[in-house]
Write a protein that binds this ligand. Structure first.
Ligand code: A2P
Length: 265
């Protein structure tokens, strides 16, 4: 079988800000992935290119969906995103064949509470995981954090979580029988006013995060963590999570937390 990417059709494109957009493409019936994994995405090569430029993207849609959704940054001079941000329905996007990644439920040991810390487009893999029933089967409580610079950048995550209650598959799982939420989204901003301001690292360090979430601090016995953002965000957040006594897991050696870079810069 060829390893070449498949040619898929753009179905929808939505622009949120001049830095962020989301798009969906057709999904080949043979394309299987584990919720939370990433895949190479590209555009057909132009005449002056030897081969297409491909970049890693976390799949933002759930594994059961018949289309594939992605959440992307727009970089004005970015080799891929400068062109990708122009796509419209009907255009062709290239899709790699081998999804991989560590932000998967199987890379974590069983626990009670799952935290997902994200900044910017680092929310993408969590958009997939919070739409997967298995996430709620495995944990009593699921808390996603999304930190951005300004309010407009929270649109995608806030709308997705608000709509989950109407989701035919997980709608009943995001709220407990007593009406309390099983899934919580905690948003914070760093460059605009908001009910909660500050970097995720600051919120962890000061304990404000646990106060807002109504939980105790991270406990290696009960808490599991997934982290996705820029390299610096991951390094800084992982160091704090380490400090609570959690250790990093992988597909081959599940443990208490896992990390992944939000790839496209
Ligand atoms: P800040 O505004 O203080 O830079 P970006 O859009 O640049 O990827 O940033 C997304 C969010 O991640 C911003 O709120 C940004 O805060 C925050 N951020 C940037 N670097 C770090 C870091 N090292 N640790 C935690 N958060 C970070």
């Amino acid at each position: 079988m060829s390893n070449a990417p498949t040619e898929e059709t753009v179905l929808e494109v939505e622009h949120f800000t001049d830095r962020l957009f989301a798009f969906s493409i057709t999904r080949p019936s043979s394309f299987r992935f584990r919720t939370g994994e990433f895949i190479m995405i590209g555009l057909p090569k132009t005449e002056d290119q030897k081969r297409p430029i491909m970049r890693a993207y976390s799949v933002a849609s759930p594994a059961w969906d018949d289309k594939l959704e992605f959440y992307s940054i727009k970089v004005p001079d970015g080799p891929l995103t400068s062109r990708l941000q122009m796509i419209v329905p009907g255009d062709t996007v290239l899709l790699g064949r081998k999804p991989v990644g560590t932000l998967v439920l199987d890379a974590l040991l069983p626990g009670k509470r799952l935290w997902m810390f994200s900044t910017g487009t680092g929310f993408a893999p969590f958009a997939s995981l919070i739409r997967d029933p298995e996430t709620y089967d495995r944990y009593d409580e699921v808390i996603v954090t999304h930190t951005c610079r300004e309010a407009a950048e929270l649109q995608y995550s806030q709308r997705l979580v608000a709509n989950l209650i109407n989701d035919p598959l997980v709608g009943e799982m995001v709220v407990r029988d007593d009406g309390t939420p099983k899934l919580k989204l905690i948003t914070s901003l760093t460059r605009e006013d908001h009910p909660l301001t500050g970097r995720i690292t600051t919120l962890i360090e000061t304990g404000k995060l646990f106060e807002v979430a109504g939980t105790s601090p991270l406990d290696p016995e009960t808490d599991r963590v997934m982290i996705c953002g820029s390299k610096e965000m991951i390094d800084d957040t992982a160091a704090l999570v380490d400090g609570f006594g959690l250790s990093e897991g992988s597909n081959s050696e599940p443990a208490q937390y896992v990390i992944e870079k939000a790839f496209v810069g």
